[in-house]
Structure formats: structure tokens, C-alpha cells
Design a binder for this molecule. Sequence first.
Ligand code: ADP
Ligand code: ASP
Ligand code: MG
Length: 412
Amino acid sequence: MALLVQKFGGTSVRDIGRINAVADRVAASVADGNRVVVVVSAMAGETDRLEGLGFEVAPRPPSREMDVLLSSGEQVSVALVAMALMERGCTARSGLGFQARIRTDGNHMRARIEEIDAERLHADLDSGMTPVIAGFQGINSRGDITTFGRGGSDTTAVAIAAAINADECQIYTDVDGVFTADPRIVEDARRLDVLTFEEMLELASLGAKVLHSRSVEFVGKYGVPLRVLSSFNDGPGTLITTEERSMEQLIVSGLTYQRDEAKLTVLGVPDVPGVASKILGPIGEADIEVDMIVQNTGADGSTDLTFTVRRADYERALEILDGVRGSLGARGVEGDDHIAKVSAVGVGMKSHAGVAKRMFDALARENINIQMISTSEIKISVVVAERYLELAVRAMHDAFELGTDASTEETW
Ligand code: ADP
Ligand code: ASP
Ligand code: MG
């Protein structure tokens, strides 16, 4: 008998057949004596559709209204899942973010959860009820609906699990767990039995959309045991743990990529203190997030500064740089919005030199030019032309022998 949170993503509730399958799974869990809080996403494609409608009406839609619009997808799926559970004899009730009292900050479309009313959930569970809670949405102090950013239902699930002190948070999705790389790109990607939360956090923040990165932050903060599994097949899935892994772990655990990136370069600025802040200050003020930054000083003493932003922010960033270029005395501004970032992640990297070399050799063998590099203790990221993205991921996957066919023994 356990206290569980079970979250079902868009493909897992994409039609009535799948909703019935979800209800069968939850009802079986309850029949086994478990107490379950269910969290669901909108039906597959629905949030994209709603987002498209918003952009059709307004090129820069107001984020408060977008939250009202986007959160409606989950309202449909919670009601359907609750009804399907009732058909199976379960006492179930749907709840939207405000009803579950999921309080957030005021940042529309990327709100952070501040508090969840655990008492109410406990009271419902104690009365034999199975709450079915809408993912991805909460309520701010003004009483307005907020959402957590795309993929945010995972965060609802883990935050609820932390609030009610659940034994496990189970994220049911359309793959069998977390793989060594996106199985849709790398055919022989292998499911991982276990990953540390640090590795999962890096993978998620560097683009692996199998988990929303904020959900993984909760694992680190509150120690919630988190498991990613398939709603289509039975299997153990992948456990995300805060425990240290044993020494036989792989040096690189997984690869990931981010496609929607762009880079900008300010060319030939005088190499004097304060230049970087003059360039990046106005970018930050425009609420544009900067990721990698590289600065090179040439023989003539002038500097080129290159940085990356999300592709959606590219045009705006370019306009800003064109505006400040004159006052900086820069020679020019260049940009490229067809780049992608590929990253290798693994706690084993900490103690192994040579990981970068192996990665760069693999890319060189495929004639893929590395445009930018950034590293941390447990990850290496490179920027490459977007058209080489898939090739780069596959080449690195082979080079690190991550596949099902490759030997997983350490050979170096
Ligand atoms: P859901 O709708 O259930 O939330 P998502 O589409 O958000 O599902 O996430 C699951 C998808 O994540 C998979 O279909 C897969 O293509 C993608 N993915 C990317 N990287 C990985 C990885 N390393 N392991 C597993 N899946 C991954
Ligand atoms: N429905 C939302 C989205 O598509 C949230 C989620 O699925 O996690 O982004
Ligand atoms: Mg998701």
C-alpha cells in the first residue's frame, strides 16, 4: 500500500481509448490498496492548437490571456479521466489548479509554484477519493490563472508529491523511461534504470523534454522519488534518485539537444572594460535570456562577442544590437538563427579527462564544425549548424558507446 502521484501526459490521454486505458491503470492501482492522486495533461496536440489560435489573433499575445486560453486544454482531460474512473467504480473528482489551491508567483506563462494545499488533498484521499488534478496550471495572488511553461504538468505532479509526501511520483509517458538519447532520433538508444537528479536536471534543462526541468528541481529540493514510465507498456521505467550512484556508472549517461537556438555576434568592439555589460545589459532588460557567451580578442586588440538566445527572441535581440552598435563603436553585428546545441551529460565526467576529446573527435570525423563550446562539472555542450544536429547526436552516441548494441564496458 503506497501513496502515489500518477501523471499522464498528452499522448497518454490523446483519445477516449487512451483515457480508458489510463482509468484502467489507476483503478487497478487503487484496487491494490494504493492511494492515488492523478495529474493529467491536455489531450495531445491541444495546447499547440490553442497556442496557434492565440498567435493568430495577436502576434504578441498578452500572457495573462494566453494562460486562460492554454489552461483550458487540461480542463477537458481532467473531467474525462474523472468520469472514466467513476465508470470503474472509483470515487473520483476533477480539480483545476485553483481548486487544488496551487498557488504560484505572478509570472504568467512561466509561473513557479509557491504552495499547495496538502490538507485538502489528504482529506480527499482519507475519504477514499481519487483526486484528478489538472497539470500545468495554478493561481496567483490576484486570483488569476497562471501556467508553468510548456511541459509543465510534470511539475504539478512532483510538487503535489512533495506536498503530500508521496512514496513515489510516477510520470507516465509515451516512451519506456529516460533513454541515453531521444529514442526518436537515435534508434539504438538504451533505457536507463536509474539516473541521479543532477544528471536529469542537466538533461532536462538542456532540452530533453521527457521531464520539465522544474519538476526535477523539486526532486533535488524535497527528495521526492520520481519514476518515468510508459503508459503503453509495462516495465520498470527510470528512477531519478538523489542517491549517489555506484562506481560502475557510465562516464556519460545521456545526450540531449536543443533545436530552437540562435546566436548573435557583435564584431570588432574596442577591448575595454564594460563592453560586455553594455551589450548584454539591454538584452537582459528586454527579458531575453542569454545562454552561452564567448568573447575573443583579435591581434588588433578589438573584441568579438558572441552569445546565444532562444530562436523566438532572435529578431528582437538583433534589433537591440543594431540600436547600440553605434555607441559601442562596433564594426558590425552578425547573426545565425539556424544553430542547435548538443550536450553530453554524466556525473562520471567529473573524474575523467578525455570526455571532451572523444566528443570533439566524433564530430570531426563527421566533418561537423563546432561553433561554440561550454562545459560544467557534469556536462559538455557544443553549438553546431542545425542541419547537422541528428548526425551529431548519433555520432556522439556511438562514440560514447551508449547504444544497446555497444559494449557498456569502460574502454578508456
Ligand atoms: P508527455 O506528453 O507524456 O509529457 P513529452 O512529449 O513531453 O511527453 O515527453 C516524452 C518525449 O520526450 C518522448 O516521446 C521523446 O521523444 C522525448 N525525449 C527526448 N529526450 C528523451 C530521452 N533522453 N529519453 C526519453 N525520451 C526523450
Ligand atoms: N499541456 C501542456 C503542454 O502541452 C502541459 C504538459 O503537457 O505538460 O505543454
Ligand atoms: Mg511532457
